[in-house]
Write a protein that binds this ligand. Structure first.
Ligand SMILES: [Zn+2]
Ligand SMILES: [Zn+2]
Length: 373
């Protein structure tokens, strides 16, 4: 912490904001250069052919120049030089590797890949959307962007996106492998012949019902709770806290929620539209935003509803499992939604889960947990 000079403060003019932004931009640019150089290893095969190369090169250029400039500004303004020098080193290193003009590498390579492009795109889009939203409409304005635990959450975010090949395979394959017997062509045809919007609505209902059941099992079956308690160890709620999930939690929840979608045979565009929807909605409901959204909060899960799922208070434990439709919790008697109030604190009442991605990854396999949550 002292290397970043927390003692110098983080106010405007202290070199903190320029340093943090400089590192972020320079890292995005450097990541982009690596994707250009090693596409066979670091980019998603399905996306490779679709990137507008001119736009990608311009973005990399803009990120590296801005990262360098902000890094230099921070190094001048701030006595602790770590942030400024890190940004300068990243931007300079990426430029030496070819910068925005780096030649695109060969795409013939190993069968395995890491989704660095997928990670960079998601960080960019979600941060652009949620960081300003949380600054403008903060429920807890005193909670900084880089609050305790952000490194762990960013590592979870990075791991789940870099390993996209594995998580997608483990999400899709089991349904076809174990549930092909349940498929009825007549039923699938009837499902697919419906208008896209109707299908999307049905996908939301079916997927959330399945997710509800799996999520509730993760809370009540002790050996599953070991994995899911990682998600509940977040003490600060914001957009990034949504990615604090054990890989097994991600794969089991997505894989089992996909089974009914596979069996019913919803059309691919309906499923893709749902994937876009869920990737924003699931992040939004964790965000540090004060929206009450009163007219729709009985219809659609809002941040206040899911924040109660993360509340430390005993009366909120094992409540609000739905991700999209609060009516599911009302139906099964697990709704806790006190009028207008927000939780006082988030996290687990019991033994604390240690911070750190690797520690959290191995913890469920090594720790014998005393009680059932
Ligand atoms: Zn939960
Ligand atoms: Zn959550």
């Amino acid at each position: 912490m002292s290397a970043l000079g927390r003692g110098e403060g983080t106010r405007f003019g202290s070199g903190w904001i320029s340093g943090a932004l400089g590192v972020t931009f320079a890292a995005l640019g450097a990541g982009g250069v690596l994707c250009l150089l090693f596409p066979w290893l670091l980019t998603t095969p399905d996306a490779r052919g679709h990137y507008p190369l001119g736009v990608v090169r311009f973005l990399i250029y803009a990120f590296l120049v801005t990262g360098f400039g902000l890094g230099a500004l921070s190094a001048i303004l701030r006595r602790a030089k770590t942030l400024g020098l890190t940004a300068l080193a990243l931007a300079t290193g990426a430029t030496l590797l070819g910068g925005s003009g780096a030649a695109v590498g060969d795409v013939d390579g190993a069968a395995g890949y890491l989704g660095l492009d997928w990670f960079l795109l998601n960080v960019l889009v979600l941060a652009l959307l949620f960081v300003p939203m949380e600054r403008l409409f903060a429920r807890l304005p005193s909670q900084p962007i880089f609050r305790p635990g952000w490194r762990t959450d960013l590592a979870h975010f990075a791991a789940s996106h870099l390993l996209v090949q594995v998580t997608v395979l483990l999400t899709l394959a089991p349904a076809a492998l174990f549930f092909a017997w349940a498929v009825r062509p007549g039923l699938q045809q009837a499902v697919q012949s419906q208008p896209l919007l109707v299908q999307l609505l049905e996908v939301v209902i079916v997927a959330d019902l399945a997710q509800y059941a799996v999520h509730r099992a993760f809370h009540h079956v002790p050996w599953l709770w070991r994995f899911h308690e990682i998600h509940h160890s977040a003490r600060a709620m914001d957009w990034l806290a949504s990615s604090r999930l054990h890989l097994l939690d991600i794969v089991l929840t997505r894989g089992l929620s996909f089974v009914p979608l596979y069996v019913l045979g919803f059309s691919a565009p309906a499923v893709y539209a749902y994937l876009v929807l869920v990737s924003f909605h699931a992040v939004f409901i964790h965000a540090n935003v004060r929206f009450r959204l009163r007219p729709i909060e009985e219809l659609v899960v809002t941040p206040r509803f899911h924040h109660w799922h993360h509340a430390a208070a005993p009366e909120a434990v094992d409540k609000n499992f739905a991700v999209h439709l609060p009516v599911i919790d009302r139906l099964f008697g697990t709704r806790h939604f006190p009028d207008g109030r927000w939780p006082d604190a988030y996290g687990l009442a019991g033994a604390p889960v240690p911070e750190g991605w690797l520690r959290q990854l191995v913890r469920p396999f090594t720790v014998r947990l005393p009680g059932v949550h």
